[in-house]
Structure formats: structure tokens, C-alpha cells
Design a protein around this ligand. Structure first.
Ligand SMILES: *Cc1c(COP(=O)(O)O)cnc(C)c1O
Length: 239
């Protein structure tokens, strides 16, 4: 870690924290309600360690192999580990071994694979059901982009998570569809979150908002924002 990189991360963190605080202020919310998850995909272990030393308590990754490798290498950090990407069932075991939270539970078979992997563990694996928000194409009758469970099936998947041994239903997650107004997308998510919370009162987490739309997400009740580029800079590789 060069001093320049350390200073860059520190400065970015100040800006992101201020953005979150201002968005909370504007929404009449307590900034203590919003957890910053630093999405460190494609960046190396020194950056993870530097962020943790700067006070970041939550780290996220979106690829199973990369997640497992980094979480193992940095297992000594006192952080909460989040897995936020699409997850193949055959990677459920290594992810469930290192993750505290999986944001991207998007189908029945994955619930079963995660439950099997986590059975008998000391602590349950917190799970968020990923919701597929409608975009302009899906509103026009096309298919939904960017993964997740369609809103009217979220409760079904939530029920499975809630019943599964080793898993704990923490709430819902979404990625705003590309090219669609994030306010409209996150308002839709807020409605789904409320429906789930009406049944499962402890499922209070709403994971929404990334570098470009976290203010909108906070306006619509996000409890967890997943921020990559605004903290770490532009990624060299797509992800
Ligand atoms: C990469 C990623 C993020 C962070 O995106 P940025 O635009 O870099 O802030 C958030 N959520 C998921 C699921 C991601 O894959």
C-alpha cells in the first residue's frame, strides 16, 4: 500500500460517508440506520485491510472464488463479510463457510444449497432475497434484467429461507435496472420490503444503492448501501 493509495481511500471514504449522511439528513433518517458495505471486487487484499483500518466494518464481493480467497486471506479482520453476486449452487458451500450475509438469494435451489452448507454452523447465515425490479423492457412485456426473484414470488422464497435451518431471513436486496429511474425502482423495492416485513418482523434489511444511486436508495429506506467505485476507484476489469 503506497501512502498515496491510502490517502485516496481515506478521502473517498470521507466523501461517501458524507454523501450517506447528507442523504439521510434529506430523508429525515438517522445515518446510524444505514450500513456501508464496501464492495471490493477486483481490488487486492491491501485495499481491504486499509479500508478496515479506516473503520469500514462491512466488506462485499460478487464472485464466489474471489470472495472465498479474500475472505480466507483476510479472516483476521474484524469485519462482516457480504456476498452480493449471483451464486451458483455448486459454490454455495465455500461461500456459506466465509459469508456472514448473502444478498443474492434468488431461487429455491440456492436456499436449499445454502441451508445444507450452513447446517450445524455456530451462527446462521443471514440471507436477503434478491428482488428483480421491473425496468422499461419488462414493463413493456420483455424480460427482467440483472437477476432476482420477480416481486410476486419473493414471499415464497422468503418463506423457504425463514424455514431453513442454518439460515436467517434478514430482508431484501435489489440492483436498480440499467437505464431506469432509480427512484421508481427503489420505491418498488420498498413496497416488497414492507410486505415481507409484515410477515417477518425481523427481516428489516433493505440492501439497495450503489455508487451512482445510493441517495435514491436511502430516500426509499435502504439500510445497506453497496459501494464499490466511489470508494475504491474505477475497476480495471468489468464486474
Ligand atoms: C459491483 C457491485 C456493487 C458496487 O457497484 P459500484 O457501482 O462500483 O458502486 C454493488 N452491488 C453489486 C451486486 C455489485 O456487483
Amino acid at each position: 500500500m503506497t501512502p498515496a493509495r491510502h490517502a485516496e481511500l481515506a478521502a473517498n471514504l470521507v466523501v461517501v460517508r458524507r454523501t450517506i449522511a447528507d442523504a439521510c439528513d434529506a430523508a429525515g433518517r438517522d445515518p446510524g440506520e444505514v450500513t456501508l458495505v464496501a464492495v471490493t471486487k477486483t481490488f487486492g487484499e491491501p485495499d481491504l485491510r486499509a479500508l478496515a483500518a479506516l473503520g469500514v466494518t462491512d466488506l462485499g464481493e460478487n464472485r464466489a472464488n474471489e470472495f472465498t480467497r479474500k475472505a480466507e486471506a483476510a479472516a483476521d479482520l474484524d469485519v462482516t463479510w457480504h456476498f452480493v453476486g449471483q451464486l451458483q449452487s455448486n459454490k454455495a458451500r465455500p461461500v456459506a463457510r466465509y459469508a456472514d450475509v448473502v444478498h443474492s438469494v434468488d431461487r429455491q435451489s440456492l436456499v436449499a444449497a445454502l441451508a445444507k452448507a450452513r447446517a450445524g454452523a455456530e451462527r446462521p447465515l443471514r440471507c436477503l432475497v434478491q428482488v428483480a425490479l421491473s425496468d422499461d423492457a419488462s414493463r413493456a412485456g420483455g424480460t427482467v434484467q440483472r437477476g432476482g426473484v420477480v416481486p410476486d414470488q419473493v414471499e415464497q422464497v422468503a418463506d423457504l429461507v425463514a424455514e431453513a435451518e442454518g439460515l436467517e431471513l434478514a430482508g431484501v436486496m435489489a440492483v436498480a435496472p440499467l437505464g431506469t429511474d432509480p427512484d421508481r425502482a427503489f420505491a418498488e423495492l420498498a413496497g416488497v420490503a414492507e410486505r415481507i416485513r409484515a410477515v417477518y418482523t425481523d427481516a428489516t434489511w433493505v440492501s439497495a444503492g450503489m455508487s451512482d444511486d445510493l441517495e435514491s436508495a436511502i430516500r426509499h429506506g435502504a439500510t445497506h448501501v453497496r459501494v464499490g467505485r466511489a470508494l475504491l476507484g474505477t475497476r480495471a476489469v468489468a464486474g
